[in-house]
Design a protein around this ligand. Structure first.
Ligand SMILES: Cc1ncc(C[n+]2csc(CCOP(=O)(O)OP(=O)(O)O)c2C)c(N)n1
Length: 276
């Protein structure tokens, strides 16, 4: 269990940065806002409690690595990196505009704090595994975290990496599935069924933890369980809500990607401000 004050700090930070996601989505004309909202509490817990990083030294060799394999959620990652001090938050005023360092998918050569460019789904887990094995080979004690979307699990490369991570006992790798159950054009279970997803990863040799992906006590407990695991890599299947926090976006496939007019922005902000 988290202390009340710490839980509240995480929730307040999450709410404040959900507002930033809405502001950036409004100003840039459109973004993958539904998935940015579902992944958000996982990223907040990692960035504000666990990741060993130094915003003044983004390429520090002993930093923990973070791979947003669902690279289309870049708008959510970008507001967090700005808030952590990797760059001036004013830069986000031009997010995804011509000449900006920020594309919809973040480029690690242009955006400080990004460890790897993602966007083409299915590459993040293999890359994260390579970083984890590389760190172990070099005798470094950094950890690697990877967040995937559930629709992304259609990519065969995810399962190749899952097999290899278990084979090589990559316990310095912790992966998450943002299990919001909706993909770009409908429910995952009608497009390409994933269930029983926990059993699939278990069969591939992972320890699987299934949690509420918006509950900070559950997220933190799962991450700490993963840190303590010595035999198998850990997959955290986080039950989430696409569009979490914005009432009219929640569980709506249509909000996979979207733009906001003034009224939509105001209603989205009001909804987020009502969150705990
Ligand atoms: C290899 C590849 N194929 C297709 C796409 C286009 N695409 C972007 S997001 C997306 C769906 C991603 O999964 P989903 O579960 O919808 O993500 P989330 O709900 O977490 O936003 C697809 C197919 C892509 N980025 N990469």
């Amino acid at each position: 269990m988290l202390q009340d004050a710490e839980r509240k700090t995480l929730q307040d930070t999450a709410r404040r940065l959900r507002e930033r996601i809405i502001e950036v989505t409004y100003s840039c004309g459109g973004a993958h806002v539904g998935g940015a909202m579902s992944q958000h509490d996982l990223l907040i817990a990692l960035y504000y409690k666990y990741l060993r990083i130094d915003p003044r030294n983004p390429r520090w060799e002993d930093r923990d690595r973070f791979v947003l394999s669902k690279g289309h959620g870049g708008v959510g990652h970008a507001v967090i990196l700005a808030d952590k001090g990797f760059y001036d938050t004013k830069l986000l005023d031009d997010f995804n505009k011509t000449g900006s360092p920020f594309g919809m998918h973040l480029d690690w050569l242009k955006v400080p704090g990004v460890d790897v460019s993602t966007g083409s789904l299915g590459h993040g887990l293999p890359l994260a595994l390579g970083m984890a094995l590389g760190g172990r080979q070099q005798g470094r004690d950094y950890r690697v975290y990877c967040v995937m979307s559930d629709g992304e699990l259609q990519e065969g490369s995810v399962w190749e990496a899952a097999m290899a991570a278990a084979q090589f006992k990559a316990t310095n790798l912790t992966a998450f599935v943002d299990r919001n159950k909706l993909s770009l054009d409908g429910p995952t279970e009608s497009i390409m069924a994933l269930e029983p997803l926990d059993k699939k990863f278990e069969a591939f040799g992972w320890r699987v933890l299934s949690i509420d992906g918006h509950d900070y006590d559950a997220i933190c407990e799962a991450i700490e369980t993963a840190h303590a695991e010595t035999g198998r890599p850990v997959m955290i299947i986080a039950d989430t809500i696409k569009g979490k926090g914005v009432d009219y976006m929640e569980n709506q496939t249509a909000w996979h990607y979207g733009g906001l007019d003034n009224d939509m922005r105001d209603r989205a902000l009001a909804s987020v401000r009502r969150m705990k």
